[in-house]
Design a protein around this ligand. Structure first.
Ligand code: BES
Ligand code: MN
Ligand code: ZN
Length: 496
C-alpha cells in the first residue's frame, strides 16, 4: 500500500473513499466547517436532523456528492473531542476501513481530525490512522474462494493546512505497526493443519531473513532433548508433529545493555491431550499459539523500526494431541530447571511448555521477561473477552508494562499474586503439580510459571480472551486480533 500525506482542501482530494471524523461537539471545528460549506451545508443539515450526531462509532456512507472529488464519503463519529483519545480514534478509523475494504477499490483518503489533533499529537494520530487502515482492511478470508475484504492500493492522509512532510514518517510507521499486527493475526487464523511447530518455525525464519539485524535459531527435537526440555517434550510426545523452539534475536543496543526477553506459548493445536476437551472447547484451539505469534509480530516490528534495544524472542512450539505416546495423568516430568512436576491434567499444557522456555530464556541472559500465553479459560471468566490479565513478580516491571499498554491503547488488568496461591500447587509425589483447585485458576497458572523465572523481573500476560475474537464487530474482525503486539513495541521503545 502506497502511503501519502498531503495538505489541502478535502473536497478536492481524489480517492475512492474519503473518511472524515465527526466530533460530537456543539460547533464543527474550522476546517470541517469550511468543508461543509463546500458541500452546501450537508454536515450541518445531518446534524440538525440528528442523522449524524458524532457519537462514537456512528457511521454514514454517502455517494455522488456535489462538489466532492472523492467517489464516496464516509463520516465516522468520534464522540466529544475532549474525550477522544488515540484508542477511540483508531477504532473509528478501523470502522471506516472495514466499511471501505468490503468493496474492491483502490484508494482511501482520511482527513486528519483537527479538533482531536489539537489535543493529541498529530504524528501519533497519523500513526494510529494508518495502523487502523492496514488492520481494518485485512480479514479472515484466508480460506475463502472470494475474499470478503480488499486491501487498499493507496492511502492518503489529508491535513487542512501546514507541513505534510513532517507526518510522512509517522504515517509510514503506522503502516509498519499494522503489518506487524496483521502478521500475528494471520498466523493465529491459519489452521492447525497449516501452522504446526515446523511450519511456524519456517515462517519465523522467513520473516527474520527479510529483516536486517534479526536472526533466527531453531531448536529441533534432538537439540531440545540435549538441552533437557523435559516438560515441553512430554507435551509434544502425543503428536506426529515434532516440537520446535524458535529463538529470534535482535541487537539494537550495546553488548552490555540489558536484554528484554519475550516468551510466547506456541501450542499450535490444543486438543487437551488425554484430558480431552469437548468439541465446543476445542473448536478454536488453533489459536493456542497466539502468544508465540504475538512475539514474532512484535519483534519483527521492533527490528524494522531499528529501536535501540536488545530483544530476544523465545517461542515454544508444540501440538497437544492424543495417541499411544501421549503423556499421561500421574506422570512425573522433569523440567529443564530440575523441578519435578506431577501431571494431573494434560490440558494444563501451556504452563509445561513455558516452564522450560522461561528457564531457557533466563539461562540465555534475559534481564527482564514478558511472557504471553493463551493460558487459562479462568482468566476469560475473570476479565471477559477483551481484557488481558497481567501477573507480575515485580511492581516496577509490572508498572512499565501497564504504562506501555496504556500508550498502545490496549486494556490490561493486574491480578493478585499472593503467596498462598502457590501452596495449591503442592504435590504428594513431586516438587509441584500442574494444576491447582478449581478457583483462582488463572492465578495458580501464573504462580506455576513464576517458579521458572529465576527471580528476574517477569510479567505474564494471559491473552486467552483478547487474542481471538469470537465474532465480528464494526471496528474489528473476528478471529485473531493481534492484541499486545503494539504494547510490546511500546515497551521496547522505552526499555533501558
Ligand atoms: N489453551 C487453553 C486455555 C484457553 C481457553 C485458551 C480458552 C483460549 C480460550 C489451556 O491450555 C487450557 O486448556 N487451560 C485449562 C487449564 C485447566 C486444565 C487447569 C483451562 O483453562 O480449562
Ligand atoms: Mn490446554
Ligand atoms: Zn492450551
Amino acid at each position: 500500500m502506497q502511503v501519502e500525506v498531503t495538505a489541502g482542501s478535502l473536497a478536492e482530494v481524489e480517492a475512492d473513499w474519503l473518511v472524515v471524523f465527526v466530533p460530537q461537539d456543539s460547533d464543527l471545528p474550522p476546517a470541517l466547517a469550511a468543508f461543509d460549506k463546500q458541500l452546501g451545508g450537508l454536515l450541518q443539515r445531518l446534524r440538525e436532523t440528528e442523522d449524524l450526531t458524532g457519537k462514537p462509532d456512528q457511521t454514514m456512507v454517502l455517494h455522488g456528492i456535489q462538489g466532492l472529488a472523492a467517489t464516496r464519503l464516509v463520516l465516522v463519529g468520534i464522540g466529544k473531542s475532549e474525550e477522544c483519545d488515540l484508542a477511540r480514534l483508531g477504532r473509528a478509523a478501523s470502522t471506516a476501513a472495514r466499511i471501505a475494504s468490503s468493496r474492491k477499490s483502490s484508494s482511501i483518503a482520511v482527513a486528519l481530525p483537527e479538533a482531536v489533533a489539537g489535543s493529541l499529537d498529530a504524528s501519533a494520530t497519523a500513526t494510529a490512522i494508518l495502523t487502523s487502515l492496514v488492520t481494518g482492511s485485512a480479514g479472515q478470508s484466508l480460506y475463502r474462494s472470494e475474499p470478503d475484504r480488499h486491501p487498499f492500493e493507496a492511502a492518503i492522509v489529508v491535513l487542512p493546512e501546514g507541513d505534510a512532510s513532517s507526518l510522512r514518517a509517522a504515517a509510514a510507521e503506522g503502516q509498519l505497526l499494522g503489518e506487524a499486527v496483521n502478521l500475528t493475526r494471520e498466523l493465529v487464523n491459519l489452521t492447525a493443519d497449516d501452522i504446526y511447530p515446523e511450519s511456524f518455525a519456517s515462517r519465523a525464519e522467513q520473516v527474520a531473513s527479510g529483516i536486517d539485524g534479526l536472526t533466527c535459531t531453531i531448536l529441533d527435537e534432538q537439540q531440545l532433548e540435549a538441552e533437557r526440555f523435559g516438560s515441553l517434550l512430554a507435551v509434544a510426545r502425543g503428536s506426529d508433529r515434532p516440537p520446535r523452539v524458535v529463538v529470534l534475536e535482535y541487537r539494537g543496543a550495546g553488548e552490555n545493555d540489558p536484554q528484554l526477553a519475550l516468551v510466547g506459548k506456541g501450542v499450535t493445536f490444543d486438543s487437551g491431550g488425554l484430558s480431552l476437551k469437548p468439541s465446543e472447547g476445542m473448536n478454536t484451539m488453533k489459536c493456542d499459539m497466539a502468544g508465540a505469534a504475538t512475539v514474532l509480530g512484535a519483534i519483527s516490528a521492533i527490528a524494522r523500526l531499528k529501536l535501540p534495544v536488545n530483544v530476544t524472542g523465545y517461542m515454544g512450539l508444540v501440538e497437544n494431541m492424543v495417541s499411544g505416546r501421549s503423556y499421561k495423568l500421574g506422570d512425573v516430568l522433569k523440567a529443564r530447571s530440575g523441578t519435578t512436576i506431577e501431571v494431573l491434567n494434560t490440558d494444563a499444557e501451556g504452563r509445561l511448555v513455558l516452564a522450560d522456555v522461561l528457564d531457557y530464556a533466563v539461562e540465555q541472559g534475559a534481564s527482564r521477561i514478558v511472557d504471553l500465553a493463551t493460558l487459562t479459560g479462568a482468566c476469560v471468566v475473570a476479565l471477559g473477552e477483551d481484557v488481558v490479565g497481567l501477573f507480575a513478580s515485580c511492581d516496577d516491571w509490572s508498572a512499565e508494562v501497564q504504562a506501555a499498554a496504556s500508550r498502545a491503547g490496549e486494556q490490561v488488568w493486574a491480578m493478585p499474586m499472593f503467596d498462598h496461591f502457590a501452596e495449591l500447587l503442592k504435590s504428594d509425589v513431586a516438587d509441584c503439580k500442574n494444576i491447582g483447585t478449581r478457583w483462582g485458576g488463572a492465578i495458580t497458572a501464573a504462580k506455576f510459571l513464576e517458579k521458572f523465572t529465576g527471580e528476574r523481573p517477569w510479567v505474564h500476560l494471559d491473552i486467552a480472551g483478547p487474542s481471538f475474537a469470537s465474532s465480528n464487530k464494526p471496528h474489528r474482525e473476528g478471529g485473531g486480533t493481534g492484541c499486545m503486539v503494539r504494547t510490546l513495541i511500546e515497551l521496547a521503545r522505552q526499555f533501558k
